[in-house]
Design a protein around this ligand. Sequence first.
Ligand code: DX5
Ligand code: ZN
Length: 221
Amino acid sequence: RQTDLISPSILSADFARLGEEVDNVLRSGADMVHFDVMDNHYVPNLTIGPLVCEALRKHGVTADIDVHLMVKPVDRIIPDFANAGASYITFHPESSEHVDRSLQLIRSLGCKSGLVFNPATPLDVLDYVMDKVDMILLMSVNPGFGGQQFIPGTLQKLKQARKRIDDSGLDIRLEIDGGVKADNIAEIKAAGADTFVAGSAIFGAANQDDPNHYDSICKAF
Ligand code: DX5
Ligand code: ZN
């Protein structure tokens, strides 16, 4: 079992002060940066692209950047994110015509690859590509927005994903995204997750006047 990692979602950060926000959470104990890419097509929202990822690298961020693509199609944008300094690139199987090819493309560019499963998407596609993923990301909300409620049925799905990973003997992270809070993280961890995305729980609760405002939140995880 891999060590637990916390991956704050910058979707809930103050975009006008993004570099500072990212520095603060990393200094407070966050392990990587979750980077939500939305295209107003695959999901009903529009966020940030490779230029912002590159800007974080230029700003001096050395932690892993965990790029969660919610765009369709995916293949065209994958090389741009690899060049922009992405560490992980994950996408939803529904957003690629050729899932195996997209996974290979990510690894061929030197990034770690992953598949993201919406709440109602079965895990079956993993039967054929388990050896081509470095991360499995389960959505515990419908993608598109921060600040939604955790869907409880995801706990059962996490157990199934954990079993698949353990049975495979492969080195694959199991990430959870959506509605993760200090008060439900223990049961999410018990169900098998080892990588925890949290957006509103980390950035939303922040008191912008207090320079240490993230410490207590990151430590609660
Ligand atoms: C939703 C995004 C999430 C989002 C999570 O589509 O993928 O990463 O930022 O936000 P919270 O933690 O507030 O549910
Ligand atoms: Zn996400």
